[in-house]
Design a binder for this molecule. Structure first.
Ligand code: ACO
Length: 322
């Protein structure tokens, strides 16, 4: 069989930083409230005219450089995003074109905050068939464009950014146990009105704004996250003890801590970036992977557990050996 092995990782954050103090000048909130409830201290915001495709392109270029590969080595691009440049074409084809790639396939994948985990699972399935050789899996978002900047309950939570990894299909005997080991995806549309955008091409003809019942999301998050991680452990025989790093979707410090605690994952194995990135939706996991890889925490051969939960609801886990 074929394994999908990580070749490189990269990320990009827009230059402009919005602190909690900046937000306190825009809505009735405080640094204390935001830090206590979410752990977030600051987030990055894209400049005017800086689109999701631009963030995703820079992350993709960084991942290619890290992998020691050139754009022409890539034949599959999957972009996880809920904030595409346009309704269509897929923002992935803009990135493909900017990279100068004219072969293979590029498409967007929409699973909100779970998008990167869904994209990893999708890329892995395609690489395993042998139909594609090397995939750029990107998460890129500009949630600042769909926030209601008058709603203090949501506008303090999100940030913009992008991250990407390169996966390569490698024969099992060469992979030596490395690669994506298992992935588990779930959704339950009964919860779709707890976290949604109140606009769209087919309903209102407008872009709309993000709406969320924060308490309802919080209530379901930890249970859903831990369920799919239990599935990942059951499928592989791995456990909270054997994993080296837990890289969760970065929505909220309290959700991350509660999930790790419930699973018995030691705090020092948890990679947390929510304090400086906010919730960047589908971009949060590859952004965190890049931080932990570049600062030397994640090393080749390490067992890395990913999870996410978001609008839909959608949720999922992926376990990979770096
Ligand atoms: N600053 C100050 N006060 C605020 C703010 C703010 N930014 N936002 C809300 N409040 C007020 C509310 O108005 C309310 O006031 P009231 O009691 O006078 O009515 C009070 O704080 C409590 O509001 P709640 O919404 O009940 O606050 P809660 O403790 O639930 O915290 C939060 C809100 C942080 C959104 C929390 O519910 C949460 O983290 N939910 C998870 C949502 C999440 O992470 N979503 C991300 C997307 S999904 C994902 O990625 C997993």
């Amino acid at each position: 069989g074929i394994h999908s092995v990580v070749r490189g990782v990269g990320s990009y954050l827009p230059q402009k930083v919005l602190t909690n103090a900046d937000l306190a000048e825009m809505v009735d909130t405080s640094d204390e409230w935001i830090v206590q409830r979410t752990g977030i201290k600051e987030r990055h915001v894209a400049a005017e005219g800086e689109f999701t495709s631009a963030l995703g392109l820079k992350a993709a270029q960084a991942a290619l450089a890290d992998a020691g590969l050139v754009a022409d080595d890539i034949d599959l691009i999957i972009l996880a995003t809920s904030t595409p440049d346009q309704t269509f074409p897929a923002t992935a084809v803009t990135i493909q074109s900017e990279l100068g790639i004219t072969r293979g396939a590029a498409f967007d994948l929409q699973a909100v905050c779970s998008g990167f985990v869904f994209a990893i699972a999708t890329a892995d399935a395609h690489l395993r068939t042998g139909a594609f050789k090397r995939a750029l899996v990107i998460g890129a978002e500009t949630f600042s464009r769909i926030l209601d900047w008058n709603d203090r309950g949501t506008c303090v939570l999100f940030g913009d950014g992008a991250g990407a990894i390169v996966l390569e299909g490698v024969p099992a005997d060469e992979a030596k146990g490395r690669g994506v080991l298992t992935s588990h995806l779930r959704s339950d549309g009964r919860h779709r009105s707890k976290l949604f955008v109140d606009g769209g091409p087919s309903s209102t003809g407008t872009v709309g704004h993000l709406r969320m019942e924060g308490r309802e999301v919080f209530k379901h998050a930890v249970g859903m996250i831990t369920d799919v991680i239990v599935d990942a452990f059951a499928a592989t025989g791995e456990s909270a003890e054997t994993i080296d790093w837990f890289v969760p979707h970065q929505a909220n410090r309290r959700i991350i801590d509660a999930s790790a605690q419930k699973l018995g994952i030691a705090p020092e194995k948890v990679v947390t970036t929510v304090q400086s990135h906010g919730n960047t939706s589908a971009a949060s996991i590859p952004l965190a992977l890049d931080v932990a890889r570049k600062d030397g925490r994640i090393k080749p051969g390490d067992l890395v557990l990913l999870e996410a939960m978001g609008g839909g609801f959608t949720w999922g886990s992926a376990l990979l050996r770096w």
